[in-house]
Design a protein around this ligand. Sequence first.
Ligand SMILES: Cc1ncc(COP(=O)(O)O)c(C=O)c1O
Length: 412
Amino acid sequence: MINREAVAELDRLDPLALLRDAFALPRDRIYLDGNSLGALPRAAVSRVQDTVQQQWGADLISSWNRHGWIDLPQAVGEKIAPLVGAAPGQVICADSISVNLFKLLSVVSMLRPDRSVVLSAADNFPTDLYMVQGLSGLLGEQRLRLVQVAEAEIADALNEQVAAVLLSHVNFRTGRILPMAGITAAAHAVGALTVWDLAHSAGAMPVALDDCQADFAVGCGYKFFNGGPGAPAWVYAAERHQGSVQQPLSGWMGHRAPFDFDPDYQAAAGMLQYLCGTPPILSMAALDAALDLFADIDMEALRAKSVALGTLFLELLDKTELAGQLRLLSPADPAERGSQLAFSHPEAYGLVQAWIERGVVADFREPDVLRVGFAPLYNSYGDIWEALESLRAVVATGEHMDPRWAQRQKVT
Ligand SMILES: Cc1ncc(COP(=O)(O)O)c(C=O)c1O
């Protein structure tokens, strides 16, 4: 029988429990939305303060050399690399996922000039689909077009017209993990390349880009890496693909000698070519500091805690009167899902809003999805217990039916 004491014992035994103190979490909130925006690491606060006051304020432009600003995109990329199973020299921090996808989709189209299809899942994150649509508009459908099928049908839809498969490793709504190794092998078998979006897996579970023979990948800095709102993203290109073609956003930071001010673009070697304009130092510094929290983390232990948090949530939910009302959209088998759970409920928006009013932060996704995310670095088992107590209270009082929730905010 799982009770409050048993949950407290899980926290006492948790090898990651001490990391919670590394975050400036508000005491009166339970934060189950780290899959959208990671919490604030204390180290990011001091790093940003120093970057603003000392580096920018006092040392001014000399900081590009003196404080290594110019090398920060590479330095941050190398911190991310081991967390996603990439050997050095294959990851760089830059721009947003969307912009990095533009670069990669262009590259795959150049690497497979006789093929025009980018194959993706019907419910992939919209920006991934939009970026294909945008590039297709620019290049023309003969050169590049989007074909979407259900996630489960990707392997069957592969053929020799497919230039690349573009997939999220973990589905943003359901949390379903797609088999990276199997899909990559199947794509390669027909001569197609793979572009993986790791927004919902990097920092939440072990990822093995090199071992899976992935070709390209992108991910963000603001979810499980805790780099802050709008933190810069990152891009991975397997070494074998570097240098063969150039990504087309040929800004000066990707030039092999930006300070030569050469009127002709000459691409830098390796991942530097994936840079475009001046890096956003303040937000990259925050991400850099946040990533240090992963330095000694065993990603298998992190994954084990993520699975345990999700399993506890479902076990406790099962014991409440809510069990029959919230329909689980995520895979029931924890091995098949990432660090989140999604449920459908006709009043999902009201549930989320009323829950937030009681201090538990989750989020809503159209059309009727309530999502809860588990950040194993800072969520405790006690958080899950409290969150469910609070959800029961919401439903018991009918707070989720409040007419105020008929009006949705811009960000849900
Ligand atoms: C799977 C996935 N891809 C991309 C994005 C957003 O990309 P960008 O960094 O361009 O805003 C998100 C945002 O939540 C996401 O979940």
